[in-house]
Design a binder for this molecule. Structure first.
Ligand code: BG6
Length: 461
C-alpha cells in the first residue's frame, strides 16, 4: 500500500516522563512510585533514564530533523506537584515551558499524557494512592493546573496511559496488598477511581480550553480463540471484556458492560461506589481514543478454577492465556508479530464507540549495540513499523477515523520491565543498565526510514 495518508495526518513518536527524563533529584521534583525500580531487581537506574531532562533541546532538534508533526510525551506529576498539598512547582512548569515552546517553535504539536504509570510517592504516603478516593481530587487539581498553564499551547491531551498496566503493578501504584485475590480486587477499585478522575479531567479541559481535545489511552488486548470451539471463542470474548473494554467502557460510556459487571460481582471485585459518581461518569465524554498496540494474545476455555496471582495479573479470568502457534515470535515479542491484529483491534474499538482514534504506541523491541562503524541497522524494526503502518493506511482508506500514528519510542528509554537491555527507539541512547556511558544519541536506520515516510506522507515504495 503506497497510498498517501490524509493531509494533516499526525506522524509522531512517543516517550513517557519516567522512562526518558531522569534527573530525579533536580528541579524540585518529588519522588514517584516508579523510582523504586521497574519491576525487575537491579534495574533501578531511571535516575538518569535517557537524560532527556538535560538534553531536551538536542532531542527536539532531532525530532525536527525527523519531521515529526507531533510528540507524544508525558508530564511528570511528581515533578509538577512534588508534595501531598498539590502545590505546583514553578521550576517544573518552567522546564516544561521550555520544552513545549521549543516544540512549537519547531512546528511540532505537543501531545501530553497526564499520567503515565508514575504516581507521586507523596500521595501514596499520605493516603495510599489510587485505592483512595482522595486521589480523584488530587488528579483533578493536577489536571486543572496543567490545562490552565498550557492553555493554547498543548491542544492534545491524554488522561491515563494504560489503566490495565497502571493498576496491575504494585511498583506503579504503591499497593502493598500481598494476597493475590485481594490485590486483583484492588486493581478494579483503582481503575474505578481512575475512570472518575478521567471524567473530571474531560470536563475540566472542555470548560477551560474548548479548542483542545482529550482522550484515554488503552493498551488494546486483541484476543484470539485458540480454536473454533465455541467455548474458546467465548473465552476470547471474556478476555477482551476484562482486559480492555471494561476500562474503555468506563472512559467513554461511564458504565460497565453486563458481562464485566457480573464478573466483578461474582468475584467480589465490584468497586465501592458513591451516589454522586454516576453524574461524574455520565457528565462528559472523551474526544478520541489513544491506542497502544504491540501484539495480540490468544486464549482457550477455562476448565479449572481461576488462580489469582499469576503473570500477567490480568491473565486471571474466564479464559486461559496460551501461546498462538500461528505467529512468529522474537526475543522480546513472546506473543508474536501480528500487524493484522492492529486492524482487528481498532475496528472493534471503532465499532463499539465510534470515536476518532490515534495510535499512541506501537513498536518493536530489540537488543541493540552499534556495529564497528557506529551504525545501528534495525531492519526488523523497519519491517515491523512498515507492516503496522500499512494496516493503518488500509483502515483509513476504508473510512476509519484515524488521525495519527506515534511509534514507541522516539529515543531508547528505560523499558518498563527490562531497562536498556530492550530497546524500542528510532534513536539509540549510548548507555546500558550498568553503565551510564555518554548517553549520546545515534540515529538508527529506522530513523532515516521514518523520515522518508513522514516526508512522503506514505510508505516508501
Ligand atoms: C506500554 C507502555 O505498555 O508498553 C510503555 O505504555 C512501555 O511505557 C511499553 O515502555 C513497552 O513495554 P516494555 O515493558 O517493553 O517497556
Amino acid at each position: 500500500m503506497a497510498n498517501r495518508f490524509p493531509d494533516g495526518f499526525l506522524w509522531g513518536a512517543s516517550t513517557s516522563a519516567f522512562q526518558v527524563e531522569g534527573a530525579w533529584g533536580e528541579g524540585g521534583r518529588g519522588k514517584s512510585t516508579t523510582d523504586r525500580g521497574f519491576g525487575i531487581p537491579g534495574i533501578t537506574d531511571g535516575s538518569v533514564a535517557s537524560d532527556h531532562y538535560h538534553r531536551w533541546k538536542e532531542d527536539v532538534d532531532l525530532m525536527a530533523e525527523l519531521g515529526l508533526k507531533t510528540y507524544r510525551m508525558s508530564f511528570s506529576w511528581c515533578r509538577i506537584m512534588p508534595g501531598a498539598t498539590c502545590e505546583p512547582n514553578p521550576e517544573a512548569l518552567a522546564f516544561y515551558d521550555g520544552l513545549i515552546d521549543y516544540l512549537l517553535e519547531k512546528g511540532i504539536e505537543p501531545f501530553a499524557t497526564l499520567y503515565h504509570f508514575e504516581c507521586p510517592q507523596a500521595l501514596v504516603d499520605e493516603f495510599g494512592g489510587w485505592l483512595d478516593r482522595r486521589m480523584i481530587d488530587a488528579f483533578a487539581r493536577y489536571a486543572e493546573v496543567c490545562f490552565r498553564h498550557f492553555k493554547g499551547r498543548v491542544k492534545l491531551w491524554a488522561t491515563i496511559n494504560e489503566q490495565l498496566i497502571a493498576t496491575a503493578s504494585s511498583v506503579n501504584t504503591g499497593d502493598t496488598e500481598t494476597d493475590p485475590k485481594r490485590h486483583q480486587g484492588n486493581t478494579y477499585q483503582m481503575s474505578y477511581h481512575m475512570s472518575l478522575a478521567e471524567h473530571r479531567a474531560f470536563e475540566l479541559l472542555h470548560s477551560i480550553d474548548p479548542e483542545a481535545k482529550i482522550g484515554p489511552v488503552c493498551a488494546i488486548q486483541v484476543t484470539y480463540p485458540l480454536s473454533s470451539s465455541p467455548a474458546d471463542v467465548m473465552a476470547a470474548l471474556n478476555a477482551e471484556e476484562m482486559e480492555q473494554f471494561y476500562m474503555l467502557d468506563m472512559s467513554v460510556r461511564g458504565s460497565y458492560s453486563p458481562y464485566a459487571a457480573s464478573y466483578l460481582k461474582r468475584e467480589g471485585f465490584y468497586p465501592a461506589v458513591e451516589p454522586e459518581d454516576d453524574a461524574v461518569l455520565h457528565g462528559s465524554t472523551p474526544d478520541f481514543i489513544g491506542i497502544n498496540y504491540y501484539s495480540s494474545s490468544c486464549v482457550k476455555e477455562r476448565t479449572e478454577p481461576i488462580v489469582f496471582g499469576g503473570f500477567p495479573p490480568w491473565g486471571a479470568g474466564d479464559f486461559v492465556l496460551c501461546d498462538n502457534p500461528r505467529l512468529e515470535k522474537t526475543e522480546w515479542m513472546p506473543n508474536g508479530l501480528d500487524p493484522i491484529g492492529l486492524s482487528i483491534g481498532m475496528r472493534k474499538v471503532h465499532d463499539r464507540y465510534g470515536l476518532p482514534m490515534i495510535i499512541t504506541e506501537n513498536g518493536m523491541a530489540l537488543s541493540e549495540e552499534p556495529d564497528e562503524s557506529g551504525a545501528i541497522h534495525d531492519e526488523q524494526r523497519i519491517a515491523y513499523l512498515s507492516a503496522h503502518i500499512a494496516q493503518v493506511g488500509e483502515l483509513i482508506e476504508q473510512g476509519y477515523p484515524i488521525f495519527g500514528y506515534c511509534p514507541w519510542s522516539f529515543v531508547d528509554v528505560v523499558s518498563s520491565h527490562q531497562g536498556f537491555a530492550k530497546r524500542y527507539g528510532l534513536v539509540y541512547v549510548d548507555r546500558t543498565d550498568d553503565d551510564i556511558r555518554t548517553c549520546d544519541r545515534i540515529r538508527k536506520d529506522s530513523f532515516y526510514w521514518y523520515q522518508k515516510v513522514i516526508a512522503g506522507n506514505q510508505l516508501p515504495e
